[in-house]
Design a protein around this ligand. Structure first.
Ligand code: GDP
Ligand code: IMO
Ligand code: MG
Length: 474
């Protein structure tokens, strides 16, 4: 049996926490896409575990697998494993030989390309995710299996590194041997470093044929959980391109990137994780955005009225929506229903986990972007006008396919009465019926609109602050 956890918005919906809650009965937890761009939080016995690459199930002693769809930075992997060991855990993580390795030049190129892109920059995490997936699609990547075979590793590096050097030098005008790049374009240094990683992976029995490994696990009757990273609107196919990541966080990605058939994923539960409001790290449109964050909110985006700025501050403070490293405020806004309808459509959710209801507690009113109306007043070109005239003033219920059009969508808000701020742990212990009536009305609206039942309600960061309505394993 499988359960797939998918972010339904723009990441940071609380996927790690739900993997923890539902992972109790799982034997194996598989990441199927992305890399160390993720940041998944599990709060266990008061201790906070922040994982970027290791599957969240590792905190509870589950076998973790990084599937073929992942891009793996071995340095991050080993340092995260070391940290977990220092925290007293004994993580058991396997890595697909078919997964691609992130090399130092990918990180360097991520930074250089973002700087060049200006308005098209997504505000990436700088972890080299995009450049690594580019090399995968360009068939010049280095895979985890290659690290275990020094001859193949050397051959791959000798082919690809001169191309990267030429790119940096001739296209971007940098000296690849400049000190600031710390040997990222030096074949010998890369070979030595990555051969060592390969040895360490081999010595610890970590590199596996992941699809065969999972097939054997399933045959032995084990429960497998697929842990999505990022979210549907960051999906390279289904998200707000080009302000997206370079992989497929959507449910279909679990099959391709986990190395199992779509029937395997489809026979199990697919749980869409919903943050009760919306947050975004990085650039790109966000029609329900409250307030304005310098450097991330587009020039004509956000709502800069005093009231909206105040609400944004409230949500940020209550939800801890500040960068963990930089302390910079994150973009926040009301729940975006067209985004969620699109997510339900492309993922085929069987159930929803709606988190962070406690964050909204205490507000007199809670709003949602129920639908959009296309703003046609700012069209600049005739072609734009032709393309959109038919939508003029019409109510749009799902996210448009082009980001330009999405950027011109104005949210039609619906207002719900707010709810008080009870002792949420007590509420969680009592169950769904103990939730404030107005919070239930909000949840029921979401479930009705998405035609998907609520499986879990998150009212705080810990497992004990979670209302489980539906169990997923039976
Ligand atoms: P992920 O990337 O989807 O796993 O989410 P993150 O871990 O990046 O961000 C979610 C943050 O919200 C974490 O700090 C969680 O501990 C916290 N969190 C998760 N669910 C809830 C909830 O229901 N209420 C509150 N207040 N915090 C939550
Ligand atoms: P989790 O799994 C939120 C965003 C970045 C940027 C865009 C592309 O914790 O939900 P990338 O480095 O992937 O090329 O960046 O995607 N982004 C995330 N935002 N949560 C994440 O992961 C994210 N991973 C990437 O901010 O806008
Ligand atoms: Mg996160």
């Amino acid at each position: 049996m499988t359960v797939t956890i998918v972010g339904s918005q723009l990441g940071d919906e609380g996927k790690g926490g739900i993997v923890d809650v539902y992972g109790e009965a799982a034997d194996v937890v598989v990441r199927y896409q992305g890399g160390d761009n993720a940041g998944h939080t599990v709060v266990h016995e008061g201790e906070k575990y922040k994982l970027s690459l290791v599957p969240s199930g590792a905190v509870r002693g589950k076998v973790g697998v990084l599937g073929n769809g992942c891009v793996v930075n071995p340095e991050t992997l080993f340092s995260e494993l070391d940290t977990l060991r220092e925290q007293g855990l004994t993580p058991d993580v396997r890595v697909a030989e078919r997964a691609h390795a992130i090399l130092p030049y990918h990180r360097v190129l991520d930074g250089i390309e973002e700087a060049e892109k200006e308005d098209l920059a997504a505000g990436t995490t700088g972890r080299g995710i995009g450049p690594t997936y580019e090399d995968k699609a360009g068939r010049r990547g280095v895979r985890i299996g290659d690290l275990l075979d020094p001859e193949v590793l050397r051959e791959r590096l000798e082919y690809v590194v001169p191309q990267k050097r030429a790119l940096v030098e001739n296209v971007f005008g940098h000296d690849p041997d400049d000190e600031q790049f710390e040997g990222a374009f030096d074949i010998d240094a890369l070979y030595e470093q990555y051969r060592e990683y390969g040895e360490r992976l081999a010595d610890n029995g970590m590199a596996v044929n992941a699809s065969a490994f999972l097939a054997a696990q399933r045959e032995a009757g084990k429960n497998v959980m697929f842990e999505g990273a990022q979210g549907t609107s960051l999906d390279i196919d289904h998200g707000s391109y080009p302000y997206v990541t370079s992989s497929n966080p959507t449910a279909g990605g679990a099959a391709v990137g986990g190395g199992v058939g779509p029937t395997v994923v489809g026979q199990g539960e697919i749980v869409g994780i919903v943050k009760g409001y919306l947050s975004r790290v990085g650039t790109g449109p966000m029609p329900t955005e409250l307030g304005f964050v310098e450097g991330q909110t587009p020039e004509d985006g956000g709502d800069t009225s005093d009231e909206a700025e105040e609400l944004a501050k409230f949500i940020r403070d209550e939800g801890g929506e500040y960068g963990t490293v930089t302390g910079r405020p994150r973009r926040v806004g009301w729940l975006d229903m067209p985004m969620l309808r699109h997510a339900a459509n492309v993922n085929g959710f069987t159930g929803l986990a709606v988190n962070h209801l406690d964050v909204l507690a205490g507000l007199d009113e809670v709003q949602v972007g129920h639908s959009y109306t296309l703003d046609t007043t700012e069209q600049s070109s005739a072609s734009n006008q032709n393309a959109t005239r038919s939508d003029d003033g019409e109510e749009i219920l799902t996210m448009p396919a082009t980001t330009e059009k999405w950027a011109r969508c104005e949210a039609n808000l619906r207002t719900f009465d707010g709810w008080a701020d009870p002792d949420w742990t007590e509420v969680a212990a009592e169950g769904y019926d103990a939730l404030p009536e107005n919070a239930k009305a909000y949840l029921e609206y979401i479930a009705d609109e998405l035609e998907t039942p609520i499986y879990v309600v998150g009212v705080g960061p810990g497992r004990e602050d979670t209302v489980i309505v539906e169990s997923v394993w039976d």
